[in-house]
Structure formats: C-alpha cells, structure tokens
Design a protein. Structure first.
Lengths: 225, 527, 318
C-alpha cells in the first residue's frame, strides 16, 4: 500500500469515526443511535486493520478484527436486545431520547467546541512523533470528550450506555493511533471488562424498569443530601 | 516457599471459593427450597449439599459450614501477605509471570490490610445475611450470588495490588467495579438500583479516563525507547521515568489521577460514593470503603513515582493537594448536614481518603508511612463501623439518624462497637488513626509554606468533620432505652471487636510491621 | 486575453440572470413529472416575471426606503456575486477580487436587505419572517464561510478562483474526509440559504411555517418580480458555486474561447443535474419542523467545523 493511499484511507476511517460520534448526538431514535454506534465500531476496526497492514503487523490486524466483532457486532446486539425489551414492555416512549438535558442544537455546537479542545489538548501528543496516525489522535480524544458529553446530558439509560461506549471507543482509537494498540493481554482484559460492564448495565436497566417503570435517569433522584 | 505460588494464591484462593459457592448452587436442584425463605425464625440453613428437607420452624441457628467458607480466602490472603512481607524484607521485590504478578513491600502491606478487612467483613457476613433472610429481604439464591461476588471482588482487589503491570492494574480495578455493581444493587429496591446505576456509570467512565491516561503513559514510554513488553511494567517505568516526554506524561498523569480518583472517592467524580456505600449490604460497604478506595489510591501512589521522576515533584504535589483539599471541604460540609448514618460514614471515608491523598502530596518518608498506616487504620475502623451500622439498620429498620436513639441502652454490644469505631475514626488515641494523622500533620507542617497552609486547612476541615461525626453519633448512642432491653448476646460481633483491637494495637506500636511500613513507603518514593 | 476575460464575466452574469428562472422552471417541471403531473413547462417562471413586470408598482402605506430598495439590492448583490464567483472561468479580470469573505458578505447583504424590508412593512408576518430568516442566517453564514475555508486551507488562499483552479488540478483532495464533510455542510447551508425544503418550503403560504415567503408577502408587481428573480438567481449562483468547488472539471482555467464554450455547456449540465437531484429530493422529503431547523443548521455548522479542523490537522499542516 502506498503511503499516500494509506494516509487517505486512514483519514477517511478517522473521519467516519468522528462523524458517527457526532451523529449519535444528533439522532433521537435509540435504534438509530445503536446502528450508528455499530458503524463506528466498523470504523474503529478499519483504523486498526489499516495500521496493521501498514506496519505489516498481522497480529494488530487480528486485534482490529476482534475489536470490530465486539464493537460492531456483540455490543450493538446486546443493546438492541435491551431496546427490544424496553419497547415490548413500555411502548414507544422508551425508545426515543425525547428531552436531553441540553437540546440537540446546543449539543452539536458543544461538540464543535469539544473537538477544538481535543485538538488543543492533543498538540503535545502529535509533536512527540508526527506521523499520519498520530496526527489523527485528536479524533480519538474528541470522541472521548463527546462520549463524556453524551453520558452527562442524555437521560435514557441506553443512551448513557452508548455514551460510555463512545468514550471507550475513543480511548481504544487513541491507543491504536498513538502506539498501535496496548499489549495483547491488556487489550483482552479491557475488551472483557467493557463487555461485562455493558452486560451489567443491561441487567441494571431491566431492574430499573422493574423498579421505576421507566429508564429515564431523571427518575433516579431518591438518593441525595 | 515457591514465589509463584505465593504470588498466585491471594488471587486464586478467593476465585476457588467463589467457584465452590457457584458449584454448590448449581448442584442444588431447587435453590428456593433449600433456603429458609418464608421461615422467619430459621437463621442458618442446612448445608445445601444435603438433600433438602423441609426446614422446621422451631429449629435454632446451627453451625453451617458453607456460610463460613468465605473466611478461607481472607486467611489465605493474610497468610500470603505475611509470608511475602518476610520474603520482601529479606530479599527485595519478587515477581512471577514476566512481571504480571509482582510483590514489593507496598504489595505486602496492602495484602495484609485487604486480608484483615476481608476477615472482618466475611466474619460478620453470615450473621448479617441470616438476619436479612429471616426478615424476608433476601433468598438463598441471592445469598449465594452474594458470596460468589464478594469472593470475586476480593480476587480482583488482590490482583490490583499484586500486579506490576499498569495495564493489568487498570483491568483489575475496573473488574472490581463490575463485580460490586450487583453487590450494591443486592437488595433490588428502587434506591439500591439507583445507587448501582450511578456507581457503574460514574466509576466506569471515571476509570475509563484512567485507561486513557495509561495509554498516554504507554505512548510516552514507547517513545522513550522502552520495549513493548515492558512499557507498562511499573518497575521499568519508574526506573526510566526521567526519559518520558514531560508534556505527554503530564496529560497522562492528570487523567490517571482523576480516573483512579473517581474510584477512590476524590473530587470531581465522587458522586457515586455516598449512594453506593449507603445502599450496599453492610459487609460490602465495609470492603468497599475499607479497602477498595485505598486500593485505587495505591494505584495513584504508584503512578506518582513515575510522575515525580518525569516531571519533578511539584506537579503531582499541587494536583493531589488541590484535589485532597477540595474533597475534604466537600466531605466536611456534607457531614455537617448529614441525616443518614450510612451516608455519614461514606462521607467520613471521603474525608480520610483526602487525608491520605494529602499525605501522598507531601511525599516525605514520614508522610508516606503515615498515609500507609492511615490506610490500614481507616480500613479496620471503617469496616467495623459499617458492619455495626448494618446491624443497627437491621435492628431499627431506618438509616435516619434522627430516628435512632439510645442504642447503648437498647443493644449495648452493637452500640458500643459502633461508638468505639466512630471514636477511632475521629482519630482519638490509642487508635492508629491518631498516630497517622499526627504523622501527616507533622510532615505537612515541615514541608514548606504552601503545603503547611494546606495541612493547616485540612486539619481545620478534619476538625469540623470530627465535630459533625461526634454530634450525630452521640445522638444515636445516648438517650433512654426501651422498657425491656433485648437479649445482650449479639451474633457476629467477634470480628468487629477483633478489628477494633487490631486498630488500637497498631496505634500503640506497629511492632513487627514497622520495617514493612518503612520499606513500603520507600518503594513508593519516600527516600 | 482581456476580451475573453470580460466575455467570461458577462457570460457568468448572463447565465445566472437568464438561467435562474429556467432552472426554477426546470426543477418545478421535474417535480411535477415525478408527482405524475404534466407541469407548466420550464419557461413558466419567465412568463410569470413578464406578467409581473407589466403590472403597476404598488407599495403599502407606511413603508419606507428599506422596503423599496430591497428588491433592487437583492438582485444587485447577486449580480455582483455572480460576476465574482468562478462559474465559467477562473481567469477573469475580476478574479483577484473574488475573495470568499466578499462573496459571502454580498450574499448576506441581500438576505439582510430582505429582512429589513420584511420589518419595514410593520405587519406581523413580515416581522416574523424577518426574525426567522435572521435566525437561520446567523447559523448559515458561518457555515458557508467555514465549509469553503476547509477547501481553502489546502489551497493556501481564500480567493475562490484560486481554490477552484487548485482543486481542478488535484481532484483527489476532494475525496478526503475534509472535502466530503465540507460538501455536506455546504449543501445543507445552501438549502437553508435559498429557502428550500427541508428548511423552508418555497411553495407554501402557510403562515406557521413559512420563512422567506413571509417576508415578501407585501410585494407586488415589478418589485415582486425582482424579489422572485433575486431568489432564483441566488439558488442558481449557489448551486453553481457548489458545482465549481466540488466538481471543478471543465471550468476554464485559461483564456480561450473553446474552453469558455465547454465551460458554459458543462456548467449548464451540472447545475441542471443538481437542480434535478434537489427537485427529486424535495418530492421525498418533508419540511422539518421550525424548531428542528436550528438543529439541522447547527449540525451543518459542526460538519463545516470538522471539515476545517480535519483539513488543517490531518493533512499535515500542523
């Protein structure tokens, strides 16, 4: 693969990666959000595979494929199942993020600011070793920040889970772009932890529905000082 | 003894016990029938391996082995901790599996603390659980889940203190979050589900930041010429930290401190702590507050060594001291307005964690030894306090301070233990928290103007917290008792008394542990 | 060379002025056919203009100069912009002045003139339309600027002809993430700026939803003809700009008659194609609710910003 083509493809994958994060902010239908999240998983896998192909490290490409299966296949599947449960149980109101804490237009403008912030923060990282991959590092950080923002401002339990996973995708992308991934054992541990965290959150969502009759986080206000 | 075996046992023993609990559950054909569900008087059940018989309503509590299996792992952890301590003091750090498991003095110290607190928590658990079942709030199935999860929790914590690999350290600490999620939500009430959700979301997100920090450190390490296999190895990183790129390391360390700080109950991601600690079963609160917080803090202590070598001590000093002061101010303020005694204990944990963070910020050998001693003292006293509070909740049915009066007259044993534990937490002599707070204060006042001011400020805030704690506890303990006091024999009090005794003993003399304490402080930069 | 250059400028202006009603007629025709109607034919807008021009000019009582000057100002700014923007050739006598910011400011000036006219009538609809138009404009103008900026960074200049000619020489640049994001952002901004579905519906007079039509309700006769012509010219101009920026193939980069002729034919083809696509899309889209419009525009602004950051940081400029 020529250097130019590699850079173009890598940029394209990173662009898709960031764009999907923005789309998550934009959309209201939880089912659509989950689809976009799956697409982001594909973009993440593409980044890893491209890096692996470029550096001739096939183990990295393998890790990328594994990450792709987890983030584009298993996790969206789990979320879709939770969503189907919610829809069967409570009807249409549960499957939309109707009123986020910050409205969508303001969220999108905030996402713009967060992206700029990510670029500012990532400057020292890029300067340490300027390559096409590390130049794309701000993309990973921007997705981390956007994920955090989704986590803080969205009120449906499932939207919060997506926020957490965006955060995690962003970190994984950062790891790939900066250092071609963390050592295998750590990557395995991290993926396993993420999978378990999503399972735990899914079960908690079910219990929340049983206890509160809704998955609106705003109803969780019994504990306070 | 074989090092690899010694290093593996603290992780493997709880896992084995967890597996044993899980298997007994799988073998029992009808879990609901083997438990005492619906028979309020039955406190302990027959071992589930025996074919289920209809429990007789009048049967008194009897010795039940499976309830006590849980004690195997704390004992194993304590044993390995002491053996490792002896080994480490003689021969220096030991490691196995190419650095994945590693023990130095700090590891041994933390293992001892984990073991001791786990002993208290697991020792008081059977009585607590039996009472929950008697009250119909839990089933046999839930109890088995409880045991499996607690053991897995212990294993994850041991892994976190025993690994030399910073990536595995992260994995282990995140694993504690996942395992304890269901423990926090054990009671399945609205409040406990809410607490569990907040706990998982805030802690996972916070700790994800720590992973980002870890990745950045790894990135800096790779560009400092450290090979892939060793770029997350703590001793290697600590030894070559001066070559790390300062700008990247600064960013990474900030994220790590914020991220693990979330797990240690430090500002700004502390909001889960009072909710989770007030909703979890008492023994789990004891474990979380007593050791989980300090395990996360230990991770920060390890990173501090790297940061100090790469950036000079001022950066982490400012960061940690700032976070510690803010957390302390918040905890003291909320303690003043507290009306729930379990939340009161939770905020008191935040107060003590910020004192430990302050000790880490000061960073002199005296301060670090004091901080480590504080970890031990706080772990013992806080776990006793939480276990006692769980019993109080069972007796009174409320967590509101205003509704609890005259505990000393009502149930002298529980009230007494709770009172003494709070006295210990308020850092009265002879308990070890007195010695350690004194050590932190002395080190802070000797450390230069800025830190001296920070220390004075935190002492003032600690005083406020102490006053709040004392007033609330007095309200609960004193006052007229009921007309006819209940039977004075309370089950499950021996571990609590033992814990308080240990805490007091540590305060009088650290004895054979002195060398270990100093070696541990030295391992994390107290030269 | 100068002669060809001036002819090119004149050709651009004529193409926009004459072509604008034809484009609108073409789009209505496409739409009619897709909806199964016969349609009035592409010449209908010209017939409308002729009819309106013959009528007596009437202005409402109490309106001032802002109302009277607005139609002329709208057409004038659009004509100047059409002369500046490289539609046929990047090498004209005025191309040195065709700065991005000038062009966007000219377009904004036309919008502002109409909004003032809407306020000047003192009617409820006029004021409402003006306030909505300004809300939309406050998000659209920065988006227009930013999305073209994204393309200007690789070219190293904000001069639009220079951007177009450099893009014509390096077409691969347009397929980069920055280019794609900028296309998406610019397309949304153009839809909003020209008052098309999904932001506004050009054929509605339903008071709750209209934006552009609400401002010009009070116009009649020749003034209305000018306003309509102005709006149609802006659509043509912006579609032309879009095609020049992202499909610059065929545009004349040197002074030659043949190149100019080819460019004219290709411009017509590209704009007609874009118009057909837009008309077809409008058949299938619904107008978004007014409260969702800022979301759409904020989204396109974000896309434009991402395009700028991407082209600045990813392509090695850092």
């Amino acid at each position: 693969m020529s250097a130019g083509l590699y850079t173009e493809l890598l940029d394209l994958a990173c662009g898709t990666f960031l764009l999907t994060a923005v789309l998550v902010l934009w959309l209201r239908e939880l089912a659509a959000i989950v689809r976009v999240f799956a697409l982001q998983g594909v973009a993440l896998a593409a980044i890893a595979v491209l890096l692996g192909a470029h550096e001739q490290r096939w183990d990295l490409a393998g890790v990328g494929l594994g990450v792709g299966v987890l983030r584009a296949g298993v996790l969206p599947y789990l979320m879709r199942r939770a969503l189907a449960g919610a829809a069967a149980d409570r009807g249409s109101e549960e499957v939309r993020e109707t009123q986020p804490l910050v409205n969508v237009a303001a969220s999108l403008l905030t996402a713009a600011l967060l992206t700029l912030l990510a670029y500012a923060v990532a400057r020292p990282l890029t300067q340490l070793n300027p390559t096409p991959a590390t130049r794309a590092l701000p993309v990973g950080l921007a997705v981390v920040l956007i994920g955090f923002f989704v986590l803080v401002t969205r009120r449906r339990a499932l939207a919060q889970v997506v926020g957490f996973l965006l955060l995690d995708n962003g970190i994984t992308a950062t790891a790939f772009l900066a250092t071609s991934g963390v050592p295998l054992i750590v990557e395995l541990g991290v993926s396993f932890d993420v999978l378990l965290a999503v399972l735990v959150l899914q079960i908690l969502t079910t219990r929340m529905r049983e206890a509160f009759g809704t998955t609106d986080i705003d109803d969780l206000r019994e504990l306070h000082d | 003894m074989n090092t690899a075996l010694l290093l593996t046992t603290p992780v493997a023993a709880p896992l084995a016990v967890a597996a044993a609990y899980a298997l007994t559950g799988a073998r029992a054909p009808h879990p609901a029938r083997t438990c005492s569900h619906g028979h309020p008087v039955v406190v302990a059940e027959t071992p589930v391996t025996v074919p289920a018989v209809e429990p007789e309503p009048e049967r008194r509590p009897q010795w039940c082995p499976s309830a006590w299996w849980g004690l195997v792992s704390p004992v194993a952890i304590l044993l390995c901790g002491s053996l490792l301590a002896a080994g480490v003091l003689d021969e220096g750090p030991a490691s196995a599996f190419s650095g994945l498991l590693r023990a130095d003095a700090l590891t041994a110290w933390m293992l001892l603390v984990v073991g001791a607190v786990a002993l208290i928590a697991c020792g008081s658990a059977p009585a607590y659980l039996a009472d929950e079942e008697a009250a119909g709030r839990a089933s046999g199935r839930a109890r088995r889940h409880y045991h499996v999860l607690v053991q897995a929790f212990l294993a994850a914590m041991c892994l976190a203190v025993m690994t030399g690999n910073l990536g595995v350290l992260w994995v282990a600490i995140e694993a504690t979050t996942i395992v304890t999620a269901f423990l926090v939500g054990h009671r399945r009430t609205r409040t406990s589900v809410e607490a569990a959700w907040k706990y998982v979301v805030i802690c996972s997100a916070g700790i994800a930041l720590a992973f980002l920090g870890t990745v950045l450190i790894y990135y800096a390490a790779r560009h400092a010429g450290i090979a892939e296999a060793w770029a997350l190895d703590w001793p290697t990183l600590a030894a070559r930290a001066d070559r790390l790129d300062p700008a990247v390391t600064r960013l990474g360390i900030t994220l790590v401190v914020l991220g693990f700080g979330a797990k240690a109950g430090l500002i700004p991601l502390h909001a889960w702590l009072p909710d989770a600690h007030s909703q979890a079963p008492a023994a789990v609160s004891a474990l979380m507050s007593g050791v989980l917080l300090s395990v996360a803090l230990t991770a920060i202590l390890r990173y501090r060594v790297i940061a100090d070598a790469a950036l000079g001590p001022d950066f982490t000093r400012t960061l940690l001291a700032g976070i510690a002061l803010l957390t302390l101010a918040l905890a003291a303020g909320l303690l003043l307005a507290q009306r729930d005694y379990k939340r009161m204990l939770a905020y008191s944990s935040m107060e003590h964690m910020s004192l430990i963070a302050l000790g880490a910020a000061i960073g002199s050998p005296l301060a670090l030894s004091a901080a480590l001693l504080h970890i031990a003292g706080h772990g013992l006293a806080k776990s006793v306090a939480f276990c006692a509070s769980g019993r109080i909740l069972q007796l009174t049915g409320t967590t509101r301070i205003g509704r609890v009066r005259g505990l000393l007259a009502h149930v002298p044993s529980v009230g007494g233990v709770f009172g003494i534990a709070v006295v210990a937490l308020a850092a009265f002599p002879p308990f070890s928290l007195f010695a350690s707070e004194l050590g932190i204060a002395r080190a802070g006042l000797a450390a230069g103007t800025g830190l001296a001011w920070a220390t004075s400020g935190s002492l003032l805030l600690a005083l406020i917290a102490f006053a709040a704690l004392a007033t609330r506890t007095t309200h609960m303990l004193l006052g007229p008792g009921p007309v006819q006091p209940e039977s004075p024999t309370e089950p499950g009090m021996w571990p609590l008394t033992l814990g308080l005794a240990a805490c007091a003993a540590l305060g009088i003399a650290t004895g054979p542990l002195t060398d270990l304490l100093h070696a541990a402080a030295q391992a994390i930069g107290g030269h | 060379m100068n002669a060809i250059g001036y002819v090119a400028v004149a050709g651009q202006v004529m193409a926009v002025v004459i072509g604008a009603p034809l484009l609108t007629g073409w789009m209505r025709q496409v739409r009619a056919r897709l909806e199964g109607r016969a349609g009035p034919g592409p010449l209908q807008p010209w017939r409308d203009v002729r009819k309106l021009l013959r009528k007596e000019p009437i202005t409402p009582v109490g309106t001032g100069p802002a109302f009277r000057a607005a139609p002329a100002l709208l057409v004038a700014t659009t004509v100047v912009a059409a002369a500046l923007v490289p539609l046929l050739s990047t090498d004209t006598p005025v191309s040195a002045h065709a700065d991005l910011i000038v062009v966007v400011a000219l377009i904004a000036l036309g919008t502002l003139a109409l909004a003032l006219a809407g306020l000047d009538t003192g009617t409820a609809f006029g004021g409402m339309g003006a306030s909505r138009e300004m809300t939309v404009a406050s998000l659209v103008e920065p988006t227009l600027l930013l999305s073209v900026f994204a393309l200007s960074i690789p070219a190293g200049t904000t001069n639009i002809p220079a951007i177009v000619s450099s893009a014509a020489h390096a077409p691969a640049r347009l397929a980069s993430p920055a280019g794609l994001l900028a296309i998406a952002a610019l397309a949304v901004a153009i839809l909003a700026e020209t008052g098309r579905i999904p932001v506004d519906n050009p054929s509605t007079h339903l008071e709750l939803t209209m934006i552009h039509e609400a401002m010009v309700l009070e116009y009649a006769g020749p003034d209305l003809a000018l306003v309509e012509l102005g709006a149609q010219m802006r659509l043509t101009l912006l579609l032309g700009l879009l095609s020049s920026l992202f499909a610059p193939w065929g545009i004349a980069t040197s002074a030659s008659w043949a190149a100019l002729a080819v460019a004219l034919a290709l411009l017509a083809a590209k704009v007609l194609l874009l118009g057909a696509v837009l008309a077809a899309a409008e058949v299938f889209w619904a107008k978004v609710r007014l409260f969702r419009v800022p979301e759409l525009l904020a989204g396109s602004f974000l896309l434009a910003l991402l395009a700028v950051t991407a082209s600045y940081f990813l392509n090695g400029a850092a």
